[in-house]
Design a protein around this ligand. Structure first.
Ligand code: FAD
Length: 499
């Protein structure tokens, strides 16, 4: 009988297993795949780095700490694929019209998250990073059964797990299952609780791939007269967003030249065309935006083997996300959208909360109640992420509305970061401040205003100003980094929280 079977050996499952061992439990990790393998979800953030650093220190996992910043990553693990992420950059495109940078930066937004390359965030080349985490699990002597397909059944005091590995039977009994399988949701399926999109206000779908040969965006801006010298960082050393009405494209550039690229579309306004292959849908989108077409003119698919991948609706959640003998990591419990790069950070925040509660309540009658609280926290966090993301989609027809809506996220994340820094040993705050009723209400109200405003057709200049004033006024209690007041319009050189 093992203590905990961790299903899924992505970084989330592996990190959980490493910590479980540190708190005195005996984990076993099972994955149906083998490393290295293609995976999406690559862009870290300051809060993700901070949590990773805190976990590495608290649980004596020093080999993980260098992954928490670009400089230490490059020095310590130069063989692990990585990209520089100095912040978030956004460029607004109109279909059929070449992108021309405006002198007053009106069609761009750059928000720095760090002051330099050494301490900056990273893009995780997941094939390498997840394989590294899996190696760490094996180094720690934790059994990791890869290439293993299992089925599981709840029992009175735990679970029975059966499957096959390389043709041989696998049979296990465990007290607890931690499900880190993401969208596969093995435990919810075993319990007959399918994930649902009900209640989400975001309604998006994605097409994504890894490319080589993508032209550097700052060079293209400079060729078009863009004042790139005024930018706080190189626009593609970032989570680069090409935004347009009803969607956006992400580009994450790795040092070895691969660029992770994906379109995320409001599926109500840009639905999938029945029967259209993903490659054709991709080409149609690229062709609609002349400067994107030029940027991707020489690009070729590097991974995954099947070419462009596409998804159905991205939003899903399972309720509840935990029971007395099981828990779901955040990416299994639910997902909203890649916008705002919340995935890695939310996964780390969930691991942090779950490991603290397992350490405190394992084997005690209080475990069930603690797991219910974990579920409640995750659901509130998904609600907040959903509203923050939905506001940006609702605003995507007018870039000024979009910028003001993005400020809701930046206000939430920077104030959450500061709260953590003031009380690093007690991260009781929910992710992004989702425990704050006033914040949830504010973002919900912003979304309702946007929906009302855009329902009546294109936003008038007066309506745009009124929305900006609403957001600026209402985020004031959370705005300690000068949002809405950069020295140059739309260029934020400093938003990193300082101790
Ligand atoms: C389109 C898209 C874009 C995203 N972009 C970003 C981003 O830019 N930034 C960000 O922070 N996050 C992003 N995310 C979220 C990010 O992918 C997740 O937060 C992250 O992958 C969670 O890691 P994980 O290890 O918990 O789970 P996963 O990465 O989902 O790993 C799941 C593991 O479970 C295994 N598995 C699956 N089925 C089974 C089974 N039946 N039995 C055993 N094992 C199984 C898989 O092989 C895999 O190893 C994105 C997500 C999507 C869908």
């Amino acid at each position: 009988m093992s203590d905990v079977v961790v299903l899924g050996s992505g970084f989330g499952g592996c990190l959980s297993a490493l910590i479980l061992q540190r708190i005195g439990l005996e984990p076993v990790v099972i994955d149906r795949a083998t490393h290295p393998r293609f995976a999406i979800g690559e862009s870290s953030t300051p809060i993700a780095d901070r949590i990773l650093r805190d976990l590495a220190a608290r649980y004596a996992l020093p080999r993980l700490a260098p992954l928490a910043a670009y400089g230490s990553w490059k020095r310590t693990y130069p063989h692990l694929g990585v990209g520089r992420k100095r912040g978030f950059s956004y460029f607004y495109h109109h279909p059929g019209t070449p992108y021309v940078p405006e002198a007053d930066h009106a069609n761009e937004l750059l928000v720095a998250a760090s002051a330099g390359d050494e301490a900056c965030d990273t893009h995780w080349y997941r094939a390498d990073v997840d394989a590294f985490f899996a190696d760490e699990v094996r180094r720690a002597g934790i059994p990791l059964l890869d290439d293993t397909a299992v089925r599981l059944w709840p029992e009175d005091a735990g679970w029975r797990i059966e499957g096959t590995r390389h043709g041989a039977p696998v049979r296990l009994r465990t007290r607890f299952v931690l499900d880190a399988t993401g969208a596969a949701g093995v435990v919810p399926r075993a319990l007959g609780r399918a994930a649902s999109a009900a209640g989400f206000r975001t309604h998006s779908r994605a097409l994504f791939t890894h490319l080589i040969g993508v032209r550097r965006w700052p060079e293209m801006l400079a060729e078009r007269g863009g004042a790139v010298a005024e930018h706080p960082f190189e626009a593609d050393a970032a989570a680069l967003h090409h935004v347009f009405d009803g969607g956006w494209m992400w580009q994450l550039r790795f040092d070895h030249g691969v660029v992770s690229a994906g379109f995320v579309l409001d599926a109500r306004r840009r639905p999938e065309r029945p029967g259209e292959p993903p490659e054709a849908a991709w080409q149609r989108l690229v062709a609609a935006f002349p400067t994107l077409r030029e940027q991707l003119d020489e690009a070729a698919v590097a991974h995954p083997p099947g070419g462009i991948r596409h998804t159905g609706r991205l939003q899903r959640r399972v309720r509840p996300a935990a029971g007395p003998t099981w828990a779901l990591l955040p990416h299994t419990a639910g997902f909203v959208d890649p916008l705002h790069s919340t995935g890695i950070a939310h996964t780390l925040a969930g691991i942090e909360r779950l490991m603290r509660l397992l350490a405190a309540h394992w084997g005690r009658p209080t475990l069930g109640a603690a797991l219910s609280a974990y579920d409640a926290a995750l659901q509130r966090e998904l609600d907040l992420i959903d509203a923050l993301v939905a506001a940006c989609y609702a605003a995507s027809g007018t870039f000024r509305l979009y910028i003001a809506s993005a400020m809701l996220y930046f206000a939430a994340v920077t104030s959450y970061e500061q709260a953590r820094m003031q009380a690093p040993s007690a991260p009781d705050r929910l992710f992004l401040g989702a425990d704050d009723d006033a914040l949830l209400a504010l973002v919900g109200e912003a979304l309702a205003r946007l929906q009302d405003l855009t329902r009546r057709g294109p936003a008038t200049p007066a309506a745009v100003r009124a929305y900006e004033a609403f957001v600026e006024t209402r985020i004031a209690p959370y705005n300690t980094v000068g949002l809405f007041h950069p020295a140059l319009p739309n260029l934020y050189h400093h938003t990193a929280a300082r101790p």
